[in-house]
Design a protein around this ligand. Structure first.
Ligand code: ZN
Length: 151
């Protein structure tokens, strides 16, 4: 990925001398060859102030909580519509059964949290436009400063 020069202020609220940085993931569909499509993931670190960093950290925790609730809801639906899944016909050791269930729920929670995080941070904070090789910021004033520094 291209190296960018970041103006010395918070990329969310423009506070001066940001002390922290926040990592944001962007997914984009790419066509490396004719008739072939892949999902590419880019991570970008942008400068943010203490206050915005604390707020964004809370949001990503909250998305994990929502992801966990979502995965429990999925588990509830599976058990509701397929109660036989709880019957251990194959005689699987109980420890292994719990391990698989926890792994499954964790994977669902992770997928939900990741999607929510991308959705939120890509539009609030920053996303990477791989077609134009540029960063697109939620804060248009920061965008102007950034374009000037990288123009
Ligand atoms: Zn800030």
């Amino acid at each position: 990925m291209v190296q960018f020069r970041f103006p010395r202020c918070c990329s969310r609220c423009l506070a001066e001398d940001p002390t922290k940085s926040f990592e944001v993931e962007t997914e984009s569909l790419e066509q490396p060859a004719e008739g072939k499509t892949v999902i590419a993931t880019y991570t970008t670190e942008v400068p943010v102030c203490d206050k915005c960093h604390a707020r964004f950290t809370r949001v990503s925790y909250l998305n994990w909580v929502l992801g966990s609730i979502g995965s429990l809801a999925v588990a509830g639906l599976v058990v509701y519509f397929k109660p036989t899944i709880l019957r251990n016909d194959a005689g699987i050791p109980i420890g292994l059964g719990i391990l698989v269930a926890v792994g499954f729920l964790g994977a669902i929670a992770w997928a939900i949290a990741r999607n929510l995080n991308q959705e939120y941070f890509n539009w609030r904070l920053v996303r990477y436009d791989s077609r134009q090789l540029r960063l697109v910021f939620g804060n248009k004033d920061y965008q102007a400063l950034f374009d000037e520094a990288n123009g």
